[in-house]
Design a protein. Structure first.
Length: 110
């Protein structure tokens, strides 16, 4: 795995494609990407992430990061690591989360 590498995740049916950032030995997704992955509204993903941090399940300072800045974007989006993605996946109770975890684990080990 190269630092700053971007891989494309595609589910088995091919109807979900997401650019996944690999950095610091984990994968990172934005709330928009998680909403696409899990087929849920961004507000639902936001609420789950908020609860994950408020309940002390994970520490925001360790699991959230802003990568770079662009002249086209006013504010760099928040990226969340695999721990957050898995936690959100359990909360939305979808098989898609399990598929993504398996995919990410294989990429991180390789």
């Amino acid at each position: 795995m190269n630092t700053g590498e971007i891989l494309i995740y595609q589910n088995q049916k091919g109807n979900i494609k997401i650019d996944v950032r690999l950095e610091e030995k984990t994968v990172w997704l934005t709330q928009d990407q998680m909403a696409q992955l899990f087929g849920k509204a961004k507000s639902t993903i936001n609420e789950h992430i908020k609860n994950i941090f408020e309940e002390g399940e994970l520490q925001e300072s360790l699991c959230m990061h802003k990568f770079g800045n662009s002249e086209f974007v006013q504010k760099a989006p928040n990226f969340y690591n695999l721990d957050v993605i898995i936690s959100v996946g359990y909360r939305v109770k979808l098989h898609r989360g399990t598929q993504f975890r398996i995919w990410a684990t294989l990429r991180l080990k390789g």
